[in-house]
Design a protein around this ligand. Structure first.
Ligand code: PLP
Length: 405
């Protein structure tokens, strides 16, 4: 029987293949160091957990909540934008709480896309950026992920040569998986272009607080006039180590926020009220927790870069995010990222995410997530050193696992 139209457009998750190999190695007793998924391992700060526990005791919080988010939570997010970016938001019309930023992004795609609409999407990128729109009937045109001097000319070409004219442009800085970061000047150029060409900007700012070089990543909304064309998504998953709580936000242009709110009003009743109240407390707190989370990732990043370099693998230090984007060592590059990742699980007991899972232009890299402690990261480096020291002189000697019997 032919597969359903939508399902045919959703390839099986590439990461599943590495996960399966990881699970079978673990069942044989191997101690796999898992730097694959971007699933934060740090506990949610105690004060936030305590707040949830307090609030959940009140049965009034057990009813359906508010789909757009309780007013106090939307106010707290507006205050965060004012404090952090100097951006003024109306909590009633320019802020909506989402069930994690991923849900918000996917339902925004659902809200605004007509069949065949063209979306400009970075490649490589976090999968929902493309697949949220593919599920909504859109068509993806790949853009370079790097916000360098070639970006604007590429954007001009994309608009000139797309029929119909593109509906939206997706930005994600600091970027998953590449850790590219963007400046306000870059955003100024993009916003001017988007306003001129009536292009919606969807900015994924999930890593707004995970940065290491002293420069806090800006918001696109800092650019005057950006509000006319932009919605930005933020997440509590990484900032406060709350990935399982499913709490994020979309903020920005009123018409777009209203469209997302309308779709959501048909789909959900909002996050569980105690989660929203605890999230409000987190956003209103003094920022100490955020600093702690940031400094843990910072130390792990330094340990990773330094210990992997000693192991013979030069990994560029990411300026932000919880990921290093590592070029596959030369002797293995021809294998591609999936086979190389499988080899690392099998021969080095280390799991990473193959770059191909983020798009075809990611295939000569793997993504290494900072989700194990420093001791485990050092252990991973030792395992990799052993593995690389056995590296074949010539790449041709490496048989991809897929080709084995
Ligand atoms: C760039 C990016 N956007 C969004 C998300 C999803 O975040 P959330 O947990 O808020 O859905 C992630 C998670 O890894 C991400 O890396």
């Amino acid at each position: 029987m032919e597969e359903f139209h939508k399902i045919r457009r959703l390839p099986p998750y590439v990461f599943e293949q590495v996960n399966r190999l990881k699970a079978s190695a673990r069942s044989r007793g191997a101690d796999i160091i898992d730097l694959g998924m971007g699933n934060p391992d740090l506990p949610t700060p105690q004060a936030i957990v305590d707040k949830l526990c307090d609030v959940v005791r009140d049965p009034r919080t057990h009813r359906y909540s508010s789909s757009r988010g309780i007013p106090g939570l939307r106010r707290a997010q507006a205050n965060y934008y004012a404090r952090r970016f100097g951006v003024k938001l109306d909590p009633d019309t320019q802020v909506v709480a989402t069930l994690g930023s991923k849900e918000g992004f996917a339902n925004m795609a659902q809200a605004i896309t007509a069949p065949g609409d063209v979306i400009l999407c970075p490649n490589p990128t976090y999968p929902i950026h493309a697949f949220g729109f593919i599920m909504s009937g859109g068509v993806i045109r790949a853009m370079q992920a790097e916000p360098d001097d070639n970006f604007l000319p590429a954007l001009e070409r994309a608009v000139r040569y797309s029929t119909p004219k593109p509906l939206a442009l997706i930005l994600n800085y600091p970027a998953n998986p590449t850790a590219f970061t963007a400046s306000v000047d870059f955003y100024k150029d993009v916003v001017a272009f988007a306003r001129k060409h009536d292009l919606i900007i969807l900015s994924d700012l999930a890593y707004s607080e995970i940065y290491f070089d002293g420069t806090p990543p800006p918001s696109v909304l800092e650019v005057p006039g950006a509000m006319d064309v932009t919605v930005e998504f933020t997440s509590m998953s990484k900032t406060f180590s709350m990935p399982g709580w499913r709490m994020g936000f979309a903020v920005g242009n009123e018409r777009l926020i209203a469209a997302l709110s309308r779709v959501k009003s048909y789909l959900d009743y909002g996050a569980f009220t105690p989660i929203q109240v605890a999230a409000t407390a987190a956003l209103n707190s003094d920022g100490t927790e955020i600093e702690e989370v940031r400094s843990i990732y910072h130390r792990r990043r330094d340990v990773l870069v330094e210990s992997f370099a000693r192991a013979g693998w030069d990994v560029p230090a990411p300026p932000a995010t919880m990921f290093a984007w590592a070029p596959i060592p030369e002797p293995y590059r021809h294998l591609g990222s999936l086979e190389f990742s499988k080899l690392l699980v099998e021969k080095a007991d280390v799991a990473v995410a193959p770059g191909i899972g983020f798009g075809e232009f990611g295939d000569d890299h793997v993504r290494i997530a900072l989700v194990e402690n420093e001791h485990r990261v050092r252990q991973a480096a030792r395992n990799i050193k052993r593995f690389l020291s056995q590296a074949p002189e010539s790449a041709d000697n490496v048989i991809p696992l897929g080709a084995r019997r």
